[in-house]
Write a protein that binds this ligand. Sequence first.
Ligand code: PLP
Ligand code: LYS
Length: 463
Amino acid sequence: MSRSAHPAGPRHADVLPEGHYSAPPADLNALDPKVWAQTVSRDDQGVVTVGGIDVKTIAEQHGTPAYILDEADFRARARAWRSAFGADADVFYAGKAFLSRAVVRWLHEEGLNLDVCSGGELATALSAGMPADRIAFHGNNKSKEEIDRAIRAGVGRIVLDSFQEIVRVAHIAQSLGRRQRVQIRVTVGVEAHTHEFIATAHEDQKFGIPLAGGQAAEAVRRALQLDGLELIGIHSHIGSQIFDMSGFEVAAHRVVGLLKDIRDEHGVELPEIDLGGGLGIAYTSDDDPREPHEIAKALTEIVTRECEAARLRTPRISVEPGRAIVGPTAFTLYEVGTIKPLDGLRTYVSVDGGMSDNIRTALYDAEYSVALVSRTSDAEPMLARVVGKHCESGDIVVKDAFLPGDLAPGDLIAVPATGAYCRSMASNYNHVLRPPVVAVHEGEARVIVRRETEEDLLRLDVG
Ligand SMILES: Cc1ncc(COP(=O)(O)O)c(C=O)c1O
Ligand SMILES: N[C@@H](CCCC[NH3+])C(=O)O
């Protein structure tokens, strides 16, 4: 590996171009525990280790790019959510964030339930032995085949997303001689994303049935009349990467209002309420997520208070965290390729992956951090943009970050907090092969999703 020197690039505030960064961090070699998986640290040589293995060894054994997942951290976070909510509530891990058979087994062992939203996720869950009655089936456009398969498998609940689906699920259940447990997903008029909290313009989207105009109440009326359905509760999911609990407060208030109306109209107290997922994680050191026990306490208090005010028995609560469990447990390991300093702007650092393994930066303008992990460096910080190898100028992994000015081709860098919505949203753009997921634990690195091969690609191409 050659280590040619590169110009350090611009670094003083008065010459820095516009961007999301502040000043360079005091220590470029530091690894903020907020954004890195729990077992990450540097060894005596300055090489980053995770799960007891150093990243150079992982790269030699499994290649790059690769998602490296800290199993102990995953299990610890799953357990923390489970114990924070206790025996009177249910935690459904949202499989859309990242799902594999190993993950399903860990969830099962740690006592969590699973939220799936497609036939593929359902098949993965069942094939790894998740008991069907611990699975919730979601989706705004479930096919008849998916509904049929879910009911036959005996899923614990189907979350109904439209008037048409109420009838569709009832018919299929009845034709199979079943009575399917269902929840109705409502849109409560709140949409929350991180610090943004919008109270209007939220019903204009594809999920759920609006509370507004009595539509959700009408959906409940219809569901209660259908023999194939057992209505067990109301579901609400208000957004993604949320830190501020006030959105959940408004949502719980409105869902409990509906439960009260249902009791008053039908004399039925629905036993469950699902407040969805969406809890935020730290992608950079500027983010301050809450701990599961704080979230559990806040949500339980909100629902209990609202139910007391409405003179309702407090329903069993469920939540559906995806990102908050798997997000922080993995990082993406890349090898540095071409380095291109642009005078007066920034240095473009190309890696061997890109938007095909992390679409979130291009799609949501998401922010990430990055570190040199195969060694430490005392070189001056350079303002860098980490980009991929795709034929697209928007192929950006980390928009603005400081890396050591002596960074060289062959160095390993890693982007933390990529456990959620990176592998699960990965693509084959430019026929780039999707990276493996390598689980590390107590000194062992185990491939849980293997790297795609050219044979995989060509097998699908049957023309
Ligand atoms: C219904 C539902 N539940 C749970 C989640 C999981 O969200 P997150 O991974 O942000 O916790 C989502 C995705 O936003 C969702 O749509
Ligand atoms: N995929 C998105 C969030 C949507 C989650 C599913 N409703 C993300 O990466 O943040």
